[in-house]
Design a protein around this ligand. Structure first.
Ligand code: SAM
Length: 477
């Protein structure tokens, strides 16, 4: 037996030893590394709908309620517990208390550093030590994402470095005797930072928001719900996080007294993978959070249109001087100006069995973008009515500007869709490069749909004008 399988077996044995129930007669933990999907769980028999597949007792979860760390460092954790709701940002930037994310990183660091003495050791052994999320990509790999909505700011390497350095590392360094078992070697700061990143990324791709909606009312006080403006608690849920996921899925994690994973398909066929759901995420976001891409998520792809791009094109298109432009800007309410706009399809929701039944359709470019351009043009009309004599002229300008914006946005990608298709046809393309190409090609396809939509709307506009003949000229039915 290979080491990978032996580690899975030890994990399953541990899971059962802590009170987890796993329907071994129906399920198997499998090795899906050949398709870049790590471990997964497959059905070994046909499974009827609503079958309970496995159950995780809450004490098997890793979080601030189950780990010993918060008891050992009450000063660090109680301040986060006593924070007022809604000031999560302040936690990160202002006060010293870690938020729920930071708290779980500390707990994970602590449990990991306990090594064999952590009661979750066999669970840590199945958690990854490497990730394909872009935060770990080299500069050359990141370059392949140029033009996409996955900007360096969105990937947030610097921000998370800064957060870990200011909020997490000091807690470990100042409480080394708590974090390290006696006699254990202490990590250097760089190593500790790497480990903290690893735990942060594990949490990003594996942790669950623990709500308690399904619990009976009298159990609401058991501490599993932070009863503050709907905030939930993050936790690592062994076995539930062995499930891979897709936009079409067949299982659901129910949050009750214990967490129970049930089959939601009328039948899950023997041999199929049991799949969880991460939500209607665009390919870019799936990659950012989970480090993988799938064709099923492409329907949710998005393109962002920065207002800075629209502004430049609007100004050039209208041939406005700096002075006029500044006057125009000063008439706008700055708080009302959006920085960017999202183009997305209407993709429908998965049905109750986790199937996608609707064809995704792009119905509009962006009504918010339209509105913002309109507001600028209205303000311009007030300054100089001759530029925009009527609504028709305003609509013409708006359409022309949006058309130019879409072309300019498409030109921001260093490669064309044809280049990308050719790259995907190669079988020697490195995995990360391939994923980046999927992200940018998905966005380009959506932009092309937007360009086509705008053109067909313009043509539709022409037709409908022709249609506005006096009704007497129309044939009577
Ligand atoms: C919660 S874990 C699922 C278990 C994971 N496969 C493992 O080996 O531990 C989430 C991670 O699994 C991988 N994953 C999940 N769904 C996937 C899919 N449909 N295809 C490829 N990888 C997937 C991604 O690496 C993701 O970050």
């Amino acid at each position: 037996m290979g080491e990978f399988q032996a580690t899975s077996d030890r994990f399953l044995a541990w899971f059962k030893s802590v009170g987890g129930q796993f329907r071994e007669e129906l399920l198997q933990i499998v090795d899906s590394r050949h398709r870049g999907a790590g471990r997964g769980i497959v059905a070994t028999k046909d499974i009827p709908q609503e079958t309970a597949l496995f159950t995780i007792p809450r004490h098997a979860i890793i979080n601030v309620l189950t780990s010993e760390l918060p008891k050992k460092l009450p000063g660090v954790f109680s301040s986060s517990a006593n924070d007022d709701a809604g000031d999560e940002d302040e936690d990160m930037d202002g006060s010293d208390a870690p938020d729920s994310w930071g708290s779980l990183i500390l707990v994970m660091l602590y449990e990991y550093l306990q090594g064999d003495t952590s009661r979750w050791k066999p669970y840590f052994d199945v958690l990854p030590d490497q990730f394909d999320t872009p935060i770990f990509w080299s500069d050359a790999e990141l370059k392949e994402l140029e033009g996409t909505s996955l900007t360096p700011e969105k990937i947030g390497k610097q921000e998370s470095d800064a957060m870990l350095r200011s909020k997490i590392l000091p807690v470990v360094l100042q409480n080394a005797s708590v974090f390290y078992p006696e006699g254990a070697a202490h990590l250097g700061e760089d190593e500790l930072l790497r480990l903290a990143h690893r735990m942060g990324s594990t949490i990003m791709a594996y942790a669950f928001d623990l709500d308690n909606d399904d619990a009976p009312e009298d159990e609401d006080e058991d501490g599993w719900v932070e009863d503050r403006e709907g905030q939930t608690m993050l936790g690592m849920v062994p076995m539930a996080d062995t499930l891979n996921a897709n936009a079409e899925f067949n299982a659901h994690v129910n949050h009750g007294e214990a967490l129970e994973v049930t089959a939601i398909r009328s039948t899950i066929q023997a041999g199929s993978e049991i799949l969880n759901y991460y939500g209607p995420l665009p390919t870019s976001e799936l990659l950012r959070r989970y480090g993988y891409v799938t064709p099923q998520h492409q329907r949710y792809d998005i393109v962002d249109i920065p207002w800075s791009l629209v502004r430049t094109i609007l100004r050039d298109h209208l041939g406005l001087s700096h002075d006029v432009w500044n006057k125009l800007q000063s008439q706008m309410d700055e708080d009302e100006i959006e920085d960017s706009f999202i183009i997305e399809r209407d993709s429908g929701d998965p049905d109750s069995e986790g199937r996608l039944t609707e064809t995704p359709v792009l119905r509009e470019i962006s009504s918010e973008l339209d509105e913002q351009i309109k507001s600028f043009l209205k303000a311009l009309k007030k300054l100089d009515a001759s530029r925009i004599p009527d609504k028709r002229k305003r609509d013409d300008i708006r359409n022309a500007v949006v058309a130019k914006v879409l072309d300019a946005r498409l030109a921001q990608y260093p490669t064309t869709a044809q280049n990308d298709e050719a790259l995907l046809a190669r079988d020697d393309l490195p995995h990360r490069h391939r994923m980046a190409v999927h992200v940018r090609l998905g966005e380009k396809k959506l932009l092309q749909e937007a360009i086509d939509l705008l053109q067909s709307q313009a043509q539709g506009g022409l037709h409908s004008e022709n249609d506005h003949e006096p009704s007497s000229k129309r044939p009577r039915n």
